[in-house]
Design a protein around this ligand. Structure first.
Ligand SMILES: Cc1cc2nc3c(=O)[nH]c(=O)nc-3n(C[C@H](O)[C@H](O)[C@H](O)COP(=O)(O)OP(=O)(O)OC[C@H]3O[C@@H](n4cnc5c(N)ncnc54)[C@H](O)[C@@H]3O)c2cc1C
Length: 475
């Protein structure tokens, strides 16, 4: 009897293995979400291929090298910079450890200036003044949870002068990535506003209100080392320069994909790890995805962020200072040799326009008056990692065809749907990004179940979870 059970067990195991190896999984998008999902599934011996539109991996993680004023090269990020924006960031930190990459971990004083219509305000003072005028802001925010309207409606209920309103609006917009008129009044966005009014930055940086030190963490020699290492481990399973154009129902078991070079590929499971902002460029078969769901995904908003990296030689007193205005945020990179200038406009300006650049520099020079700047006009960044530049370098994420924006947020368009969760095969998913017929799956920072949407941690978390889900289905 024991021998019979053992043989049955062996046959079942062999059958399961055959099933797993017969199932072809395709991941579209080699950003952190897609690469993490693919790497985890490959570790479990699944048949997986990854297709990426760009000539590089990493998506919104993009490291470059810029010549500094000491004639060396400083690495800097055109996309995601700070790992701790994902809060505890346990998924990405354990992946970084597993891949044996080193971290740069620092606590920098959080002292900032806010520029508005010719005047520079100290951040701590502006926040203190807002609190004095709004002693009951906490109760006001408690009463606003999930009320109709946007975060703009909530901000309008506070007693603020023009500069104070511009400051709050900027911080919410910069941190959550969307204009306040598009941010829902869900608990997460209200919490961010609560932290800003308390003197902090967000839930992920909640302790700033006790110690004015900003916890910054990045990967030594550049964040792009993480996607590059995942890509190395995937080897020839990864295909660059492949732009997905069409997703067709082929038969009850297979999906057919068509790329811009007319190549077609069939698969049994498809993981879409691309931003929602690019779904408009892909034709989907109605038999695979319901028109209404597709419409909701396509409606999600992505804010506009452009980044300019400017070589500087800073004075020690100014080394930890940051500056923001209603249109930009300015921080040092890890080695304090470059300024990261984040340009945040409803409609992103032309970062390469000389007038725009000179105007930005003059605002910076008035605040950092002991700092020396390289004044050359910026060059536009190539879509490759670790390229060396000898001038300032600029990147517009709004005009990048494979993101068309910066990152997603708790968006008013899908207020309830984006907060709703479901369970599939024991794995939690957002209702809006629930798997379809156990064949089509969604990954990406937007699909995270964490509060810290729009971060590297969110992308890795979603990739890990989708890999667990697909593996559970195939086993
Ligand atoms: C300026 C900026 C600053 C940021 N700062 C931070 C920060 O400090 N901390 C933080 O944690 N996060 C930050 N983020 C957010 C973070 O970068 C993202 O949340 C995260 O990298 C998203 O990963 P993803 O895999 O979901 O998407 P992506 O990185 O966008 O990956 C998606 C991939 O899909 C590919 N793709 C798109 N369309 C197609 C197609 N049709 N066919 C094939 N492939 C396609 C894209 O090329 C891309 O490689 C920042 C983002 C930006 C833009």
């Amino acid at each position: 009897m024991a021998a019979f059970s053992f043989i049955m067990f062996l046959l079942m195991a062999l059958n399961k293995q055959a099933q797993t190896s017969n199932q072809k999984i395709v991941v579209i998008g080699a950003g952190l979400a897609g690469l993490t999902a693919a790497y985890r599934l490959r570790q479990k011996d699944h048949d997986i291929e990854v297709y990426e539109a760009r000539p590089r991996v990493g998506g919104r993680v993009h490291t470059v090298l810029v010549r500094n004023l000491d004639n060396g090269y400083s690495n800097a990020e055109l996309g995601a910079q700070n790992l701790t924006d994902g809060g505890e960031s346990k998924h990405i930190l354990s992946l970084i450890k597993e891949l044996e990459l080193e971290l740069v971990d620092e606590h920098t004083p959080f002292q900032g200036m806010f520029y508005h219509q010719g005047i520079y305000y100290e951040r701590t003072k502006i926040v203190e003044q807002i609190r004095e005028k709004n002693p009951n802001f906490s109760t006001l925010l408690d009463n606003e949870i999930n009320t109709p309207g946007s975060m703009e409606t909530v901000i309008n209920k506070l007693n603020l002068d023009e500069a104070q309103k511009a400051f709050i609006t900027f911080v919410m917009n910069a941190y959550e990535g969307l204009s306040v008129s598009l941010l829902s009044t869900n608990i997460h966005n209200l919490k961010t506003l609560r932290y800003v009014l308390s003197g902090g930055l967000s839930q992920a940086h909640a302790n700033l209100t006790e110690k004015p030190l900003l916890h910054r963490m990045s990967i030594k020699a550049g964040n792009a080392r993480l996607p590059e290492e995942l890509a190395r481990r995937l080897g020839n399973r990864l295909h660059l320069n492949k732009i997905l154009k069409k997703v067709n129902y082929h038969n009850s078991k297979e999906i057919e994909l068509t790329f811009s070079d007319s190549q077609t590929v069939k698969c049994n499971k498809l993981i879409l790890a691309i931003p929602c902002s690019v779904y408009n460029n892909i034709q989907f078969d109605k038999r695979l995805i319901d028109t209404n769901i597709l419409k909701q995904i396509r409606y999600l908003h992505y804010g506009a962020i452009g980044k300019i990296l400017v070589p500087v030689k800073s004075h020690s007193e100014e080394k930890n200072q940051w500056l923001s205005s209603a249109q930009m945020g300015v921080f040092f990179n890890d080695d304090h040799q470059l300024f990261n200038v984040y340009c945040i406009h409803e409609k992103e300006p032309d970062l390469l326009n000389p007038d725009f650049y000179q105007n930005t520099l003059s605002i910076l020079k008035n605040c950092f008056n002991h700092t020396q700047f390289l004044e050359d006009i910026p060059h536009h960044a190539e879509d490759l990692n670790f390229v060396k530049y000898d001038t300032p370098v600029a990147k517009s994420w709004r005009s990048d065809p494979y993101v068309q924006g910066a990152y997603s947020a708790f968006d008013i368009t899908v207020q309830e749907l984006i907060d709703k969760r479901e369970c599939h095969h024991g794995v939690e998913v957002k209702a809006l990004f629930a798997p379809i017929h156990d064949k089509l799956f969604f990954a990406g920072e937007h699909a995270t179940i964490l509060d810290e949407i729009g971060t590297m941690e969110a992308a890795v978390e979603s990739g890990e979870r989708i890999a667990t889900l697909v593996d559970a289905i195939l086993n």
